[in-house]
Design a protein around this ligand. Structure first.
Ligand code: GDD
Ligand code: MG
Length: 356
């Protein structure tokens, strides 16, 4: 079965991290996020994958190549302007002549795709939608089902008073090719608003595949950190190094810490996991890093304190305190930032934005 992964979004909620990098390839455990998604597909026997791209397509293509390294065959479909989730799949329609899979490009999950495909083949609906329970359904597509497991209603980002269930669209669909006939060509069109509700109104059979398996959308700073916490917890308490790295014996590392190749960690540095350092990071003496993710080539100078923050590639924290902050790439921070600050590549600092 072929899969289309939607990777055209601008990653607005992850800015400033996504100012210069598409969300689909932000590093997760020091690997481009898509690598995790492609490995997941490959484990379920899906090896023919179309990437539907709009925002910064060249960066994604350069990073992922032909997919051979991951045991998949990647092809690319590029929108001139964003066509929305459905319009993007329509653009790739010529490559989809049989039952196919569609995935949002920002979900990290262990939903059993093999079982979902099997159920789809047995029940033969027009469309199957994977569902997952969440605490706050208003940020997602809420999906109501009946006793026989068929979808009754699909409401994208409902106001709180319209939420009737905590089961939401997990961003994984199995579709029959005739669903494509409902989508106009070269038109901005969303599955969530323009395809699923009318499909249901017309009485088409839409099957739900509810799952309690691990699932997270990595598209906000809070969820991005949470995904790292969860993935690192699976590794147990350990200091994991990915290549030659200098960790001074008088540095104190506790919990689960993943350290990329070529890092230097000075005496008196204290790193408390879950934490990730990208390749080539330099951590000076008397610094504290807790529950944070540093991308490649980040420099942390003496007396910096970094808690629950994300620091973009090539940036430097020059002795500052950061808590719940998101720092874009190639910036130098020379003063303490108020909690919940965003530091943009152009030097602008926005404050009072708690991690969400
Ligand atoms: N190619 C392409 N073109 N991809 C797009 C476009 C587009 O115009 N717009 C969005 N995407 C991609 C994004 O890159 C992302 O991978 C995916 O489609 C979903 O877009 P998001 O912007 O992340 O949507 P969301 O998280 O608010 O909501 C969606 O995902 C939820 C699950 O995480 C919806 O599908 C919800 O119904 C769902 O619950
Ligand atoms: Mg999303």
């Amino acid at each position: 079965m072929k899969a289309v992964i939607l990777v055209g979004g601008e990653g607005t909620r992850l800015r400033p991290l996504t100012c210069n990098l598409p969300k689909a390839i932000v590093p997760v455990l020091n690997r481009p996020f898509l690598e995790h998604l492609l490995r997941y597909l490959q484990q379920h026997g899906i090896t023919d994958v179309v990437l539907a791209m709009g925002y910064q397509p060249a960066a994604i293509q350069r990073c992922m190549g032909d997919g051979a390294r991951l045991g998949v065959r990647l092809t690319y479909s590029v929108e001139d302007s964003p066509l929305g989730t459905a319009g993007a799949v329509k653009l790739a329609a010529a490559r989809l002549d049989d039952t196919f899979l569609v995935l949002n490009g920002d979900v990290l999950t262990q939903i059993d795709l093999t079982a979902m495909i099997k159920r789809h083949r047995e029940a033969k609906p027009k469309l199957s939608i994977a569902l997952t329970p969440v605490d706050n359904p208003t940020a997602f597509g809420v999906v109501e089902t009946d006793d026989s497991g068929m979808v009754q209603r699909f409401v994208e980002k409902p106001p709180p008073e319209k939420v009737t269930t905590n089961m939401i669209n997990a961003g994984i669909y199995i579709m029959e090719p005739d669903v494509l006939e409902m989508i106009p060509t070269a038109t901005r069109f969303m599955f969530e608003r323009d395809v699923f509700p009318p499909l249901l109104a017309n009485g088409a059979p839409v099957l739900a595949y509810p799952s309690q398996a691990y699932w997270i959308d990595i598209g906000t700073p809070q969820k991005y950190l949470q995904a790292h916490d969860d993935l690192l917890r699976e590794r147990g308490t350990a200091i994991i190094t990915e290549g030659k790295t200098e960790i001074h014996p008088a540095a104190r590392l506790t919990g689960t810490v993943l350290i990329g190749a070529g890092c230097q960690i000075a005496p008196g540095a204290r790193i408390t996991g879950p934490a990730v350092l990208g390749a080539g990071c330099k951590v000076s003496k008397d610094t504290v890093i807790e529950g944070s993710v540093l991308w490649d080539s980040v420099t942390i100078d003496d007396k910096s304190f970094i808690r629950r923050s994300i620091i973009g590639a090539g940036s430097r924290i020059a002795g500052s305190r950061l808590q719940g902050c998101v720092v874009g790439d190639n910036i130098t921070i020379r003063k303490d930032l108020p909690p919940g600050s965003r530091a943009w590549p152009d030097g602008k600092i926005e404050s009072g934005i708690p991690l969400k």
